[in-house]
Design a protein around this ligand. Structure first.
Ligand SMILES: Nc1ncnc2c1ncn2[C@@H]1O[C@H](COP(=O)(O)OP(=O)(O)O)[C@@H](O)[C@H]1O
Ligand SMILES: [Mg+2]
Length: 498
C-alpha cells in the first residue's frame, strides 16, 4: 500500500517519461524478438529445403555412375557440387553398411561426428591415420521441430563454428546408397546478423524518437501545471494580482483560465471586503468619538450644571436653616441628602469621563482610577507606570482607548474574577506602549466563550477599540489560572502622522 502511494507520489514528469520509456522499450524488444525468430525460421526452412533439393539432384546425377562403379566420376560430381555451393560443408555417399563410397571436399574435419567416432576406419582409402578422424567439437542435436523442418530427411546439429543442416537423400532403390549433405550457416548467419543489426538500430532510433516525443509531451503537460502551482502559492502568500499563464486550449489550458477567473473573483471580493471593512472602521471610529464627546459633555453638564445647582441649593438651605433654627433637624436631613446627591453626581460624572484624563494624562488618571475602584475590592489593585522620565503625554486617542480598556478590565475583575490580587501595568517604550491587566482569579475558557451564543461584548469592545488605533490585543486565561489582558500599541504611525 505504502509502495503504491510512493509510486503515485512520483512527479508527473517521471511518471509520463517512465510510461513512455517502458512502452517503447517493451514494444521495441518484443518486435525485435519476433522479427528475429521469424527471420531465423524462414531462413532455415528455405535453407533446409535447398539442402534437400541439392542432395536429391546430386543423387539423381550419381545414380547411374554408381551402378557402373565409376567412383572417380562420382568424386568429381561431389567436388563440382561443393564448388557450386560454398555453404555445403561436406557430402558423403554411404553404402547401406555405412561404408563410405565417396565424400566431399572438407571431409573429415567437417564430417558428422557419428560417422567419425563410431566408424573410424571407414575412409581408410583416403585417410591413412584414423586418429585424425576424431572431431573434438561437442555435438549437439538441435531438434528439427525447433527449426520447423520435417523430420526424417533432415536433421540439424550445432558445431562450434555454427549450425549444420544435414539433408539425406537415397541414391537408388536397389543398392540403397545414401547421400548425406551438410550445409553450414556461415553465409546465412552473416546475413541474419547484418539484418538483425540494422533492425536493432532502426528500433533503437524508434525508441529514441519515442522518448524524445515523450519528453516534449511531458514538458508540455508539466510546465502549465508547475506554473499553476506557482501562481496558487503566490495567491496563498497574498499576491492576489498573480495570474497563471495559459499555454494552450486543452484541459490544462481551460483549468488555467478557470483558475484565473477564480483569482479575479477572489481579488474583487477581497477589494469589496476591504472597502466594507474600511467603512465599518470609520463608522466605528465615529461612534467611539461621538460616544466620548457625549460622555465628556454629560460629565461636564453633571458636574458644572447639576453639581452647581445642588451646591447652590445646599447654600440656600443652610441660610434658611440659620433663619429657622427650630427646624434645624429637618434641614440637616435635607442637607445630608443633598450632599450625598452631590457626591453621586460627581462619581457619575467622573466615571463618564474623568477630567483628570484630559487635564493630567493617562498615568494620573489610571492611578486615581485604581485607587477609586480598589474601594470596591477586598484588596488594592497594584498600579505601575514604567517610562523614561522625559516621556511626554501620549496622543489623545491612545490615552482614551487605554483608559477605557483599563476600566473594562478592572470592572471584569470586580464582577467576575473573585481574585485575591490584581495589577495594572502601563509600560511606555519609545516606539510602543503596553498595557497589562492581570488577576489571579477564577479565569475562564477563552475559546469556549468566543464560540458561545452570547458575544463577550466587553472584550469585543476592547478588541475593536484596539484595532481602530492599529494595536494588538490578547486575552490569556484558563479556568482556575487567572486572567491576563495585554494591549500593545505602536507609536510609529502617530509620530509619522503628527
Ligand atoms: N478577569 C476575569 N476573570 C474571570 N472571568 C472573566 C474575566 N474577564 C472576563 N471574564 C469572563 O468573560 C466573560 C465576558 O466578559 P465581557 O466581554 O467583559 O462581558 P461582561 O463583562 O459583560 O460579561 C465574562 O462574562 C466572564 O465570564
Ligand atoms: Mg465586562
Amino acid at each position: 500500500m505504502r509502495l503504491v502511494w510512493l509510486a503515485l507520489s512520483v512527479p508527473i514528469f517521471l511518471k509520463v517519461m517512465g510510461i513512455g520509456f517502458l512502452v517503447t522499450v517493451l514494444f521495441g524488444g518484443v518486435a525485435f524478438h519476433q522479427i528475429s525468430v521469424g527471420m531465423f525460421h524462414t531462413h532455415y526452412q528455405v535453407h533446409g529445403e535447398t539442402a534437400l533439393s541439392i542432395a536429391s539432384a546430386l543423387a539423381e546425377r550419381i545414380a547411374p555412375l554408381l551402378s557402373q562403379q565409376q567412383i572417380a566420376e562420382v568424386d568429381r560430381e561431389l567436388t563440382n557440387t561443393m564448388n557450386a555451393f560454398p555453404d555445403v560443408r561436406y557430402i558423403i555417399v554411404q553404402a547401406p553398411d555405412r561404408q563410405i563410397i565417396s565424400h566431399g571436399f572438407a571431409f573429415p574435419q567437417e564430417a558428422p561426428a557419428d560417422l567419425l567416432i563410431n566408424n573410424k576406419n571407414l575412409c581408410m582409402g583416403c585417410h591413412a591415420d584414423p586418429k585424425s578422424f576424431e572431431v573434438t567439437t561437442g555435438l549437439m542435436d538441435v531438434p528439427a521441430s525447433k527449426l520447423k523442418l520435417g523430420t526424417g530427411r533432415i536433421r540439424a546439429y550445432q558445431r562450434r563454428e555454427g549450425l549444420i543442416l544435414e539433408a539425406w537423400a537415397s541414391v537408388n532403390d536397389e543398392r540403397q546408397d545414401i547421400i548425406r549433405l551438410g550445409v553450414g550457416d556461415r553465409i546465412i548467419a552473416k546475413e541474419i546478423t547484418s539484418i538483425s543489426r540494422s533492425l536493432f538500430w532502426s528500433l533503437a532510433l524508434c525508441v529514441a524518437v519515442g522518448l524524445s516525443l515523450a519528453l516534449i509531451l511531458t514538458y508540455a503537460i508539466v510546465r502549465p501545471v508547475h506554473n499553476l502551482l506557482q501562481t496558487t502559492n503566490q495567491i496563498r502568500d497574498g499576491n492576489f494580482q498573480a495570474r497563471a499563464d495559459v499555454f494552450s486550449q486543452d484541459e490544462i489550458g481551460q483549468l488555467s483560465l478557470a483558475f484565473n477567473q477564480m483569482a479575479e473573483g477572489l481579488e474583487s471580493y477581497r477589494e469589496k471586503v476591504r472597502e466594507k471593512e474600511a467603512i465599518r472602521q470609520s463608522l466605528l471610529a465615529r461612534i467611539v468619538e461621538i460616544q466620548e464627546e457625549e460622555r465628556k459633555s454629560i460629565a461636564r453638564e453633571l458636574h458644572d450644571q447639576l453639581g452647581q445647582s445642588l451646591s447652590t441649593t445646599l447654600l440656600s438651605i443652610e441660610a434658611a436653616c440659620k433663619e429657622l433654627p427650630s427646624h434645624a433637624d429637618r434641614f440637616n436631613d435635607v442637607k445630608n441628602g443633598i450632599r450625598d446627591m452631590i457626591d453621586e453626581v460627581r462619581r457619575i460624572a467622573w466615571h463618564a469621563r474623568p477630567s483628570i484624563l484630559d487635564d493630567y494624562g493617562l498615568d494620573r488618571a489610571l492611578e486615581r482610577y485604581t485607587q477609586e475602584i480598589s474601594k470596591l475590592l477586598p484588596f488594592k489593585i497594584d498600579y505601575q507606570y514604567v517610562a523614561r522620565d522625559e516621556a511626554g503625554r501620549l496622543p489623545n486617542p491612545i490615552e482614551v482607548t487605554l483608559y477605557r480598556i483599563a476600566q473594562e478590565g478592572c470592572t471584569n475583575i470586580i464582577r467576575h474574577a473573585r481574585a485575591t490580587q490584581a495589577s495594572l501595568i502601563l509600560l511606555r517604550h519609545d516606539h510602543e506602549v503596553h498595557l497589562v491587566i492581570e488577576d489571579d482569579g477564577c479565569g475562564f475558557d477563552v475559546p469556549a466563550l468566543e464560540k458561545g451564543s452570547r458575544p463577550p461584548l466587553g472584550l469585543l469592545g476592547i478588541r475593536e477599540r484596539v484595532a481602530l488605533i492599529g494595536g494588538e490585543f490578547t486575552v490569556d486565561s484558563s479556568p482556575g489560572k487567572g486572567t491576563t489582558l495585554r494591549v500593545r500599541i505602536s507609536l510609529e504611525n502617530e509620530r509619522e502622522g503628527g
